[in-house]
Design a protein around this ligand. Sequence first.
Ligand code: NDP
Length: 330
Amino acid sequence: MDLGPVCTGGRACGSPATGRRSCGPVELPPQVISTRDAEEWQLVGDSELPAGTVPAVTLNDGHTIPQLGFGVFQIAPRDTAAATLEALEIGYRHIDTAEMYGNEKEVGQGVARSGCGRSEVFVTSKLNNGFHRPDDARRAFARTLDDLAFDYVDLFLIHWPLPTLYGGDYVSTWNTLIEFQRDGRARSIGVSNFQPHHLDRLREETEVVPAVNQVEVHPFLIQETVRSYGATHQIATEAWSPIAQGLVLGDPTVAALAAKVGRTPAQVVLRWHLQRGDIVFPKSVAPSRMRENFEIFDFALDGDDMARITSLNRDQRIGPDPDTFDYVPA
Ligand code: NDP
């Protein structure tokens, strides 16, 4: 896997109003650069980096994405601009939102207020479940760009496959996202909550392999099948609910490892994700936890620590099953 330019923690973007410093590319230590090869796909984050340094993962279309971002699911719209601004001040340069979260407009406002240039922040959004038909998807995507007040998003995803709706047709929806990538309004395109058999259809019936698949992953649901499918086909795995919305933090094994390495349970779990090579974007509205979740690049877990966390798997979802989920917002 290629690791490209990075942003560093504790750096707000340049702004005439605040005089903040700009976040530019910095050199990564050579030991974290590796080739993007299926077997090596998961070998990211296996070395210690300077504090606050976020590796960038190169996607199958050549674009890069910061491996650690900030998620805004369940942040109220009235709090989202401030939370986004706080995250950018801490050093996050990757924000994960969705039309269904109802806060795209406020994410755009937070980015605008930060003084970060558009190219300095990687922003993902997702197609609402109600808009899978091509014309609906075109209108929804235009609204997403309007709400964010952006000319383009860095990554646009089909939020759920919804195989029991729309006659099981997520292929025409995917072809519509391909249009958005070809016209330049979505730099990268991908999917979320797709199982390998859904991905098979996209690979067989369309011309573009998704750059990412964003799925639920945490120590109680390690998703080896979906992740290894992604590794084989150069589809990067993004792990949503990386700390299982707090559920895994009280686990005794996680607590013992946190005590051993002198870190918090959340830091240990997020570090485990990074060392597996997944992309994560924990959510928090508390600046102290946002900062805690960012400070995971100056320590490493050893092979035994990694295996102990992986062994906590119980195939336990906290979210819905993608094969049956059929929620469409009113
Ligand atoms: P997370 O696993 O990120 O957990 C968030 C919860 O954990 C919040 O209640 C937060 O509380 C708490 N928390 C955060 N950091 C800490 C910490 N250091 N110590 C203790 N508690 C902490 O869950 P999410 O479901 O939010 O997932 C992250 C992101 O993934 C979402 O924001 C969204 O962007 C994406 N996502 C995508 C989905 C999809 O279908 N594609 C589905 C779900 C999520 P507090 O805010 O009070 O700190």
